[in-house]
Design a protein around this ligand. Structure first.
Ligand SMILES: [Fe+2]
Length: 572
């Protein structure tokens, strides 16, 4: 998130002296600081847990990481290879094993294991585990997709983004892990952050020394990225959320470094080496450590490495997961010479590459299903800056969003308007909760007169990363004022909450799509007085729910909290 990150950077810089003082006083030695990941490795052969992902009707990707000898710490590049047995069962006690096999791994892939279990039954719950070197992994629970010809099943996904380890406890993941009503968890990016623990620390100062990044400096090398992924997978709440549900993941910028574009990044400096070498290391570690299938799983014209892919949910919906960092044109300023920057609308500038945009617009135009979900990173709706002295009329808020690539934005809006499916964009990045209409002509007067909305967008809050309140000096009143002003300037924003952290749940039926927002709370407080991110005993609570009725292409609500699913997967 460009703007908030820059604001937070200033906050970080202001807090930097305090942060450094904390390091000097209660500082961890480098040896102690490394211990978190080494403890994970020492916790046993399977100390980093298990995960599953990319569900289809009949197959699933299964993941784990093996520590063959205690010294084979993630990123070390050492340790012997292993043969790893895996099995999938129709019951938690493994009395009815339906698939099994053996995989090999070694130091060349940081001892991570990924296998595809296929030949499974649609819309069915399964359990899986791994075995090697006399050890058995924790048991993971997973599920094939509700994707069965001639049958309409329920669909319910959690969606999340922006989970910064140094930003707080992963209470949101604990809340997701506790749920028994999800088909999958959709992570929309910023699964991890690149920053270190010194002046670039990102998150509350009070957690310095308690939740520190490993490695302690900004991740740049392959060893750094591997170690950082391993640190995140030592978190018990994150491990639990992976263990309980299949995930569908896509990266945004921070999995490489802040505000990446095709040939560089805001947070990549020449002294950090070649950007393409760094990005290749980041992608390699992501592919090793995340429960994601290999690139090109669904071959389509693309540039570079194909991460975008599509999921089918019976006759109810498709989910297109886009990747908008690898090929994007470099960000440009929102204004130049006191005017709106014409480069924002230059058709030669792109967010996804043209081949991917065509794949997306074709998928929407040709869909005969009631809903088309788009798993997306940065805000898609037009977002004008709030008018004030010194702000150019019509200035967009953030050129790192789709607003910075208005030709692509218009192309996608036109495809939505032309298609018969009802588009629902699911977005992360901006560390706050939104429900937006998507006007074809995004100007306030035209929107109010004609309500020319062609779809809707729901944006999830961050798991921990700084929201409006933290970015505005910790003032809840300032956060409320800012979000209210955004809605006045941009009337297609039907709901905006800028303080809460947590996750969202999207539920799809033939009649409507509903998104429930869940916030973490400390003693009943969502963050107005205290910061629940810093409370290891915080819990999750329902906050608000919004719908879009089939064919309306508009947000309606607020409505009541979701009830139970209309049907359940086999075996659940
Ligand atoms: Fe983020």
């Amino acid at each position: 998130m460009s703007t908030t990150t820059h604001v937070s950077r200033r906050t970080v810089l202001q807090g930097g002296a305090a942060g450094l003082a904390a390091l000097a006083l209660g500082a961890l030695t480098p040896e102690q600081a490394r211990a978190t990941v080494e403890d994970g490795a020492r916790a046993g052969v399977f100390g980093f847990g298990v995960a599953s992902g990319d569900p289809t009707a009949t197959s699933l990707l299964l993941w784990t990481r093996v520590t063959p000898v205690p010294g084979a710490v993630p990123g070390s590049g050492t340790g012997p290879g292993s043969r790893v047995d895996w099995e999938v069962a129709a019951d938690a006690g493994f009395r009815r094993v339906v698939r099994r096999g053996t995989a090999r791994t070694d130091a060349s892939r940081d001892h991570t294991v990924k296998v595809v279990a296929d030949g499974l039954t649609p819309y069915t719950r399964y359990w899986y585990r791994f075995r090697t070197r006399g050890a058995t992994s924790p048991v993971g629970r997973t599920q094939t997709s509700p994707d069965e010809p001639g049958r309409t099943h329920a669909l319910r996904l959690a969606f999340v983004s922006c989970s910064n380890y140094t930003g707080g406890y992963f209470t949101a993941y604990r809340g997701i892990a506790a749920r028994d009503d999800l088909d999958a968890v959709l992570h929309l990016g910023d699964y991890l952050y690149e920053y270190g623990n010194a002046e670039d620390r990102y998150g509350p100062d009070s957690l310095a020394g308690t939740r520190d990044h490993q490695p302690p400096t900004e991740m740049v090398t392959l060893a750094d990225y591997r170690l950082r992924h391993a640190l995140y997978k030592t978190d018990p709440d994150l491990q639990a959320a992976h263990r309980q549900h299949p995930w569908i993941t896509i990266f945004d910028d921070h999995e490489v470094t802040n505000d990446t574009y095709a040939t560089g990044a805001e947070n990549h400096q020449p002294q950090e080496g070649d950007f393409f070498v760094r990005r290749a290391a980041a992608y390699q570690a992501y592919l090793e450590w995340m429960p994601i299938r290999e690139p090109g799983w669904q071959p389509a014209p693309h540039r570079g490495t194909q991460f975008f892919r599509r999921f089918s949910f019976g006759d109810l919906a498709d989910l297109s997961v886009v990747e908008t960092r690898q090929n994007r044109s470099q960000q440009v300023p929102t204004t130049v010479g006191g005017q709106v920057n014409p480069a924002l609308a230059d058709p030669a500038r792109h967010l996804p590459e043209p081949e991917q945009l065509r794949w997306l617009t074709d998928g929407i135009r040709r869909s005969r299903k009631p809903w088309h979900l788009v798993g997306n990173q940065t805000v898609f709706a037009r977002l004008f800056a709030v008018p004030r002295a010194g702000v150019v009329g019509g200035q967009v808020f953030n050129a790192d969003q789709w607003d910075g690539y208005q030709a692509d934005q218009a192309t996608l809006l036109q495809a939505m308007a032309a298609g018969s499916t009802h588009p629902v964009v699911l977005t992360g990045d901006i560390h706050s909760s939104w429900a937006n209409d998507l006007p074809l002509a995004p100007d306030a007067v035209g929107y109010l007169a004609r309500r020319s909305s062609v779809g809707v967008e729901f944006v999830c809050p961050s798991v921990t990363s700084d929201g409006f309140k933290e970015s505005l000096g910790g003032s809840a009143a300032a956060a409320v004022a800012a979000t209210t002003a955004f809605q006045t300037t941009n009337p297609w924003i039907r709901y905006l909450e800028g303080i809460g952290h947590g996750f969202a749940v999207v539920d799809v039926t033939r009649e409507r799509v509903q998104t429930d927002f869940w916030f973490i709370r400390s003693g009943g407080d969502k963050g107005l007085a205290v910061d629940p991110r810093t409370d290891p005993a915080a819990v999750v609570g329902f906050e608000s729910a919004w719908q879009s009725v089939q064919g309306s292409r508009q947000v309606s609500g607020p409505v009541g909290q979701l009830g139970p699913r209309s049907d359940r997967p086999r075996g659940a």
